[in-house]
Design a protein around this ligand. Sequence first.
Ligand code: SF4
Length: 142
Amino acid sequence: MKGNIPEGIAFEMTTTLTGKGQDVTLIAVSLACRGYCEYYSGDEGEAGCGGLSAVRNGIATGKIGLTQVSYLLDEPPGPARRIGGLISELCARCSYLESGCDFISESPPPDATPCGGYRLLQALLDCGALRPEIVRSLVAGG
Ligand code: SF4
């Protein structure tokens, strides 16, 4: 299902974060799906995806903004890691939990990758732009 090779978040993708009246979902899709998801095929994103939902909450509440995302400009996503907190909280609320997400299966294929929302949140945690408790609040709805 891999459709593209994400090259990371580019400056033009962040410009919408500074504008008022922008559609939060479109911004989230641009950053998480277009920037960091290897499954993204240019559509409007998957509404039931836990990763996209958490990123959308972060943008809507201002917890993910230009300041946080600027750390990631033009950085391709690093290798995905299984992070217990993300899997137990983010993935547990994702519709792909039941329909199948290779990354969180008990025996994941070697090349299995998470969605772009998961990868974006991992990157923000890794660079210190978001703290774990903030990520937990995004998963919980804001
Ligand atoms: S990694 Fe898989 S289960 Fe977890 S939020 Fe992303 S799509 Fe859903």
